[in-house]
Each structure stands twice: as C-alpha cells, then as structure tokens.
Design a protein around this ligand. Sequence first.
Ligand code: 1GP
Length: 270
Amino acid sequence: MHVEEGTVLAKVCRPSSTARHITLIDPAKQTADVAAQRAMVAVECGSEMIFVGGSTDTPDKVVHATCTAIQEAFELRMFAASQDPESDEMDWDIPVVLFPGGAHALSPAADAITFMMLMNSTKREFLVGEQVRGAPYLQQFGVEALPTGYVVCAPGGRVGEVGAAELIQPTDTELVEAYALCAKMYGFSLLYLEAGSGATSPVHPDLIAKARSVDGLTLLVGGGLRSGEDVARAVSSGADWIVTGTVTEDATSLDELRTRLTEIIKACSA
Ligand code: 1GP
C-alpha cells in the first residue's frame, strides 16, 4: 500500500530499530484534565502515540473533551519546547489516535483513528457495520484512517465478549497466520493482536511470532502487558508497537505512572 509522507500512517509504519510504545487512555476512566496530565507523563517517559478509547459506551462528548485536552496540553508543551534551546519541540509532535469501540466514540480533535475490522468477530457490526456508520463522519472531519486488522486472542476480556470474537487460542498459530495474510490481502497496514484490556495473560508469544512471519504489516500487541518482562517477551517475538492501558489507569499518582511507564518503555528497546 502506498503510504503518503507526513501522515500518521507514515509515522506508525516507518521502520524502527526498536519497538515503540502507545499509551491507551480510556476517556471513561478519568477527567479530561487528568487524561492530559497522564498523556504528558507518558510522552515524557517515551510513549510515541496516544490512543483514546476503549470502553464500549462512552459518549462522543467525553471522547472529544479528552482528545481536545490532550491536544491542547501537547501544543503548549510544543510551544514551550520551541522557546527552549535545550528542548526539541518535535518531542511533542505526538499523534492522538482514536481507538474506538464503535461509531459513537469519535472526535474531530483526533489526528487519526485505528479504522478496524474486528476480523474474528461473528457479528456484522464489528466486521463492517460500525465502520460504515463512522466513515462519512471521518471523511467530513478529516480524521485519518489507519487501516487495521484487529484480532482478539485468548483470554479476550470484555472486547472478546462484546465483540463476539472467536478467540484465537495460544496453539492456533496457523490460524493467526491466516488472519495476518488475510489482513495483508485486504490492504490493511496494521495488525493488532489484542488479549483484552486488563487480561490476566497477554497474547501468547507464539501467536505474535507467527503473525510477524507475514511481512508488510506493522504489528501492534496489547492487553495484559504489565511489566518490563511481559513487554520484552512480546517485543522479542516481533511486536512493532506495544499498547498499554491498565498500568496507566491503575496508577495512583503521576509519579507511580512515571515509574511504571519507564520500566515498560525501557523494555521496548531492550
Ligand atoms: C486494550 O490492548 C489494550 O485494548 C491495553 O490493554 O489495559 O491490559 O494494558 P491493557
């Protein structure tokens, strides 16, 4: 697929010698101001993208307030960095990307959206229905679509249930390879292997490695990754991007968040 320079997609898919990190912020879990503070800490720790989304029934107003607060915070930091010879303003050029549960959770303040097909869903609405509802809105507001094959693996959590997914089990390596090939044949640029937010165990390394064996896809892995060890395992199996959400939500202070994310992001480049 041709990837236009300067787009979020180009940033996401550019080759990188190390894995990179995405902080997922669920707008339902804190105020917009706290979300912005958390996003700033995440970027200071080395997170290179912010996903906004997660819960299934968050109204678009809440999603929009969160995206706006994060964008405004980043703009201020970018301006401050531009006035400081010691800082690089481009450190704050961080995409804010919707990670929606459906066509209701959208915002024109986002730079892009993971435009996902939940490939192993048994429900039309998650294969193409929500996408058809959302596409005209995204077109109208110029939110860039990142074509993403989304595959839910065991244990799957709430997204597995709500999305009526036929979960990929740890031994289903041929099946995950078939999904990866299918994603590539559809022309998707991204493949996201998801174990479910707060999963008791992350995506099995064998599944990551098998999906990795299909070239031409940028591989995102998330769900249940809590420690540097978890992350190192996913990275050595072939993840290009690591997504974490719960470690941010659970942190009782910004200092604790900083400690947690520092460990996780360090493991991305180990
Ligand atoms: C959920 O993969 C993400 O979609 C993040 O999962 O909350 O378990 O980090 P966690």
